[in-house]
Write a protein that binds this ligand. Structure first.
Ligand SMILES: [Cu+2]
Length: 281
């Protein structure tokens, strides 16, 4: 009798523990990624940036893990990505075993308007998996998109393989440069002339600086002095076209008013009894 009772207790304990074995889906940062959800200006860039340009497409990458070590998700489940609370795209994963993760990369959400935006990942939107924790299925990430039309631009310098890439970068006054350390070793970006110093940047960390003065700015890594590079800041609109009024030879001014056709020598004062012709260049 005692034995039977003991078995009953064991079976009850076993079934309770089986019932408690639940999967848990949540967002996940794979090795080498800067976050669980990454936005980038280029495909296959999993460090990405939260500072993006309005004239460039934006790529979204995210990863989902089943953090349970005793239960699988064996059904297909759906994840949705929202931009400013509007559904942008959704993905269906076939299943997800315990302690495994899946990624979805290089989804092009197009360009966004200048200003601040929020990218939101919602995991298992249809509630397929009964999870041990249903409160960790949403991840939100703020991003900033800067304007176009000759306005300031953002540039990226990757620190990888003990080098700054690109090594020589030319930008315009007002533009911002973001350095991101993609090496396993720590680095710095330090101006040779004391204009800026990022301090030590560990793997995945970045540093930003806006350049408001034209000139050539050599810099280096304090930890590895052989790492050298240059930012060249061109004067206001130096490499952009510039339209302005112009005075051709033989003209009296950039705008000429006259009473006769092909008369580019100004007549003043003009008379009110004749048509007035306007010429400009
Ligand atoms: Cu270094």
């Amino acid at each position: 009798m005692k034995n039977i009772r003991l078995w009953a207790v064991c079976i009850t304990a076993l079934s309770t523990s089986l019932l408690q074995a639940q999967p848990n889906l949540t967002s996940f940062r794979p090795d080498g990624w800067s976050d669980v959800l990454v936005t980038s200006k280029q495909a296959d860039d999993f460090f990405g940036s939260t500072v993006l340009n309005a004239d460039q497409d934006i790529f979204v990458h995210f990863a989902v893990v089943n953090s349970s070590d005793n239960a699988d998700v064996s059904n297909e489940f759906r994840c949705e990505v929202f931009v400013d609370d509007v559904l942008s795209f959704w993905v269906t994963f076939p299943d997800l075993n315990r302690n495994m993760f899946r990624t979805w990369i290089n989804f092009n959400i197009g360009a966004l308007s200048p200003g601040n935006h929020t990218i939101k990942l919602v995991i298992d939107t249809t509630g397929v998996a009964a999870e041990s924790d249903e409160t960790d299925n949403i991840y939100q990430k703020p991003i900033a998109v800067s304007g176009t039309g000759g306005g300031p631009a953002n540039h990226r310098v990757n620190i990888m393989n003990f080098a700054f890439t690109p090594q020589n970068l030319t930008i315009d006054v007002g533009d911002t440069v973001e350095w991101v350390n993609q090496d396993t070793a720590p680095h710095t970006t330090t101006s040779d002339t004391g204009v800026w110093d990022s301090g030590t940047l560990q793997t995945g960390k970045g540093f930003q600086r806006t350049f408001s003065v034209p000139g050539t700015f050599p810099y280096h890594c304090e930890i590895h002095p052989s790492m050298r590079a240059t930012i060249t800041v061109a004067g206001g609109g130096g490499n952009k076209p510039n339209l302005e009024p112009f005075m051709p030879e033989g003209w009296a001014d950039r705008i000429v008013v006259s009473h006769e056709q092909d008369d580019f020598v100004e007549e003043t004062p003009l008379r009110n009894d004749q048509d007035i012709l306007v010429h400009f260049s």
